[in-house]
Design a protein around this ligand. Structure first.
Ligand code: HEM
Length: 212
């Protein structure tokens, strides 16, 4: 792939307009994590060049399935009242606007995970996503009234669902079991890395105390 192709891949979008998606802009939070710390985290999950390559292949495989992937994840949330409450109004009613707008950004996150360069903009948007799960920024982007924050423990535990449920989608385009396994391994490492980053504001007592 030439550098021009790589650049357009990196900015691939699920829609031309994604409300509230501030990736790469000054509106996104600034990550307190340095690129050097990111490098150490990558080494900690053993995120290799091969993982990068397979994540890219995974992106190609799921690019036209993001809507179904998010539906699948959300079906697990919807089936669990203790999780569903965080997407509902304070009266416990569904909010189609909240669901549609955050859903589009959730779909874009899949592409970003697979195609973006893990650089300063990416780090910054990790911080932004994390804050949007905490009381600092939850509900603000879509101007909704819903539960104030999502407890960190559920964000961490939900990686089990994020990672399990994506696997059949990775196998949907006829790749060998070995290739699907490699794509999946790369995906899981990236998610683990991202959740480690997202724990930062939750564990900073001056930002989001007591949101475990
Ligand atoms: C590994 C776990 C999780 C991942 C990868 C994930 C991913 C995401 C992403 C990518 C977004 C959109 C960020 C943006 O605005 O650009 C988002 C928002 C959101 N997520 Fe999660 N999430 C996780 C766990 C959870 C859990 C456990 C819940 C609820 C039980 C949840 C509920 C929400 C809600 C309500 C929003 C909208 C937040 C807002 O008001 O801006 N998430 N999530």
């Amino acid at each position: 792939m030439n550098p021009k192709q790589a650049a357009s891949e990196a900015t691939r979008k699920v829609a031309s307009e994604i409300p509230g998606y501030t990736y790469g802009t000054s509106e996104a939070a600034r990550s307190p994590v340095s690129l050097a710390d990111l490098e150490l985290l990558k080494r900690t999950v053993n995120f290799t060049d091969e993982d990068q390559r397979y994540l890219h292949i995974a992106g190609e495989v799921i690019a036209d399935q993001t809507e179904d992937v998010v539906k699948k994840w959300r079906s697990v949330i919807a089936a669990n009242p203790h999780l569903a409450q965080y997407s509902l109004s304070l009266e416990g009613k569904p909010d189609p606007h909240y669901s549609a707008e955050s859903g589009l950004r959730f779909r874009q996150w899949i592409l970003d995970t697979c195609f973006r360069r893990y650089d300063q903009d990416w780090l910054n948007y990790q911080q932004e996503i994390a804050l949007r799960h905490t009381s600092v920024k939850k509900n603000q982007t879509d101007h909704v009234e819903s539960a104030a924050y999502i407890p960190l423990r559920y964000v961490i535990a939900f990686t089990a669902i994020i990672n399990d449920a994506i696997k059949p989608f990775l196998g949907a385009k006829g790749h060998s079991a070995d290739e699907v396994e490699r794509m999946h391994r790369a995906w899981c490492k990236s998610v683990q890395l991202q959740i480690a980053l997202w724990s930062e504001p939750y564990t900073d007592s001056s930002i989001a105390p007591n949101e475990w």
